[in-house]
Each structure stands twice: as structure tokens, then as C-alpha cells.
Design a protein around this ligand. Structure first.
Ligand code: SF4
Length: 353
């Protein structure tokens, strides 16, 4: 960066509104993820966890002792989130939620396909034990669209019933968010999906742009729209939706900010910062050097290692020299290398205003 660039960047940063996307990214706090589901009862075509055997081994290693130790650190984190695989397939989940509550966690959440939440007794049990936020994955507003992506017959009815169940229990102070992974198939239906989910009581609808990893990389050509296509559809959706309501509770997440300047700033979201703990294995040994592994040792007897989101993503994302001129560079995580291999750099222009 030249001195002039730096002066301009500083001047820009000082005049940013406190709720601008840059400020929100800079101010985000860390969550801790607890790897909970060794398996999943959906079979999503874009799943990032492509290596099912590795996931089974890693997530099966989460025990009551692992959870107890992680929860002893919970004050460092703004949220305790049970995730990976399908957490509700793990019979220990209700117990671990109670442990989180007893440890003093303020926000206790789960990332789930929501199917198990359709059972009233189960949903009530999670809430009674302390779960207060639900992130439910749903990828379409129709059976055909959703199940074409989850490849699991019957999953749509159960997930929607799960949403309705949590909505009916909102009097207990729970929040309901959804995550819709954007693909070529559901992109044209953004508005319909949003209105469908809001009608089912969802507080925040998140449209997650696919990460070019795992199965999303395997099926890239069939599934992955360009960022420009996504940004154009999103801009039109927000333009239209703001004629219907004053505050649109939808957020577009995980897309380089230089492509979404046409989207209202309020509706530009970001990927949360998080850490998780897992036993040493072949994969994390390649991610961290000896010093990092020593610094990140966790667990009662040093049997765990802390993995940060950046460890998993940073070496797969790229920037180029022109990015140095972009106002978003300080908060931009770059573009997936797997995406650039297919679509190149043409659609990414530094934003200098
Ligand atoms: S830094 Fe580069 S990739 Fe990131 S938003 Fe700016 S131009 Fe786009």
C-alpha cells in the first residue's frame, strides 16, 4: 500500500458508520463450536464435510469430559454452539446443553437440519435444558427444491415441522435463524424462500454462499453460480422486498464484499469467527506447525488441539495485488482458490470509494 492509499484507507475507516459491514466484521466475537454429530440423516449435495469417515472418527471422540473441559473455557466465547454432522443424532446432546447452562453460557445454540425438532418432547427438552438459539438448514421453499438438494425423501416436511415447533415455543425466549445454501437451483427463488421462512416464524434468514470445498467443489459446475449472478439476484430481491416491509431480515453471507455493493449494507452478513477442539489427527497435523500445536493444546491432559476457522480456510483463499487498493481489504478473507480456477478474477474489482 502506498502512503496515499494508507491515508485514504485511514480516513475512510474513521468515517465509517458504527453499524457498517466493516465495523461489524471487525467487532465480531468468537464462538466455540462443539463437534457433536458423528453422522447426519440428510445427504446434502453441497456438504462441506465430504470425508464422512474422518468426521465419524473425530466427532465420536467428543465425550462428556471433552465437553466439560470446553465449557470450563466458555467465558472466553460469546456463544456455545453444538454443530458438525447432525448434532441431534447424538443422544448426549440434551445432557451437554444442560452442562452448558450450568457452566454459565449465555447463548447456547445448535446447527441442525431441524428434523428432530419436529418432535415436541425433544424440542421442549432442549429448550428446558438451556438451548436458546436454533440455526436450521433449509434450502428451498418447496419439497422438490429442498429434497433435490438434501437428497433425503421426507426431509422437507420434517424440517418445516421443526421450524413450526420452535416458533410455537418462542414464548420461552428462543431465537430461530435459518441457513439456506445458495446454489444454481434455489438462487432464482430467493424472494419466495425468504417469504416462506418468515411466514413460518423465522427471525433471521441467512443466505449462505457455498464454500468451494468438499462436495460443493466436487459438483461445482452443476451447483455454483458466479458471485456476480448471486449479487444481482440478491440486489433485485432486496429492492423488491423493501417495497413490502421496512426491515428485511435476510442476510447474504460469505461472498466477497466487492461483488455486493448493490446490496443494502444492513443485509450484508459475515461468517462468524469460531474455534473448536479436536484430537490430533493427520489433517490438523498438516494445518499447524509444532509451535502452534503446542500453543493450542487443550483438554484436561493436553489431548486436544484448538482449531480456528482461519486454519481451515486461509490457505484456500486468495487475494491479488489489486486487492490492496480495495476499502474492504482489511476485512476481506479473499476468494476461494477452487472458485478462481473455474471463473477467474474478472468479476472482482477493488472498491475504492
Ligand atoms: S480485497 Fe479483493 S477480493 Fe476482497 S473485496 Fe476487495 S477486491 Fe474483492
Amino acid at each position: 500500500m502506498t502512503t496515499t492509499d494508507q491515508t485514504l484507507a485511514l480516513a475512510n475507516a474513521q468515517t465509517l458508520p458504527r453499524d457498517s459491514i466493516e465495523r461489524r466484521i471487525e467487532g465480531r466475537e468468537q464462538r466455540v463450536h462443539i463437534l457433536t454429530g458423528a453422522v447426519c440423516n440428510n445427504n446434502c449435495i453441497f456438504c462441506m464435510e465430504e470425508d464422512r469417515d474422518a468426521r465419524y472418527v473425530t466427532n465420536s471422540a467428543t465425550t462428556d469430559e471433552t465437553v466439560r473441559w470446553i465449557l470450563s473455557q466458555q467465558e472466553r466465547y460469546e456463544e456455545v454452539c453444538f454443530t458438525s454432522g447432525e448434532p441431534t443424532t447424538n443422544k448426549r446432546l440434551p445432557l451437554w446443553v444442560r452442562m452448558a447452562k450450568e457452566a454459565g453460557a449465555r447463548c447456547i445454540s445448535v446447527m441442525t437440519n431441524g428434523r428432530a425438532l419436529s418432535y415436541e418432547r425433544y424440542a421442549k427438552m432442549l429448550i428446558a435444558r438451556g438451548m436458546n438459539r436454533f440455526y436450521v438448514s433449509i434450502h428451498g421453499h418447496t419439497k422438490k427444491l429442498h429434497e433435490g438438494l438434501t437428497r433425503t425423501p421426507g426431509s422437507f416436511e420434517q424440517t418445516v415441522a421443526g421450524l413450526d415447533m420452535i416458533t410455537s415455543l418462542k414464548r420461552y425466549g428462543v431465537q430461530l435463524h435459518t441457513s439456506t445454501v445458495i446454489t444454481k437451483r434455489n438462487l432464482p427463488h430467493m424472494g419466495e424462500i425468504y417469504r416462506f421462512l418468515r411466514a413460518h416464524g423465522v427471525d433471521q434468514v441467512v443466505f449462505n454462499v457455498m464454500q468451494a470445498n468438499g462436495r460443493a467443489n466436487t459438483y461445482f459446475d452443476q451447483l455454483f453460480p458466479t458471485y456476480r449472478e448471486i449479487a444481482d439476484v440478491a440486489r433485485d430481491f432486496f429492492d423488491e422486498q423493501y417495497t413490502r416491509e421496512r426491515e428485511v431480515m435476510a442476510f447474504l453471507v460469505d461472498i466477497p464484499l466487492c461483488t455486493t455493493t448493490g446490496v443494502p449494507d444492513f443485509n450484508r452478513g459475515y461468517v462468524e469467527d469460531y474455534v473448536h477442539f479436536e484430537p490430533p489427527n493427520e489433517i490438523n497435523e498438516t494445518l499447524l506447525d509444532d509451535l502452534q500445536r503446542a500453543e493450542r493444546a487443550g483438554g484436561e491432559h493436553g489431548e486436544l488441539v484448538q482449531i480456528r476457522r482461519g486454519d481451515l480456510d486461509d490457505n484456500q483463499r486468495r487475494k491479488r495485488a489489486e486487492c490492496q487498493r480495495c476499502r474492504y481489504e482489511p476485512v476481506c478473507e479473499g476468494v476461494w482458490g477452487n472458485y478462481l480456477r473455474r471463473y477467474g478474477w474478472d468479476e472482482f474489482a477493488p472498491v475504492t470509494e
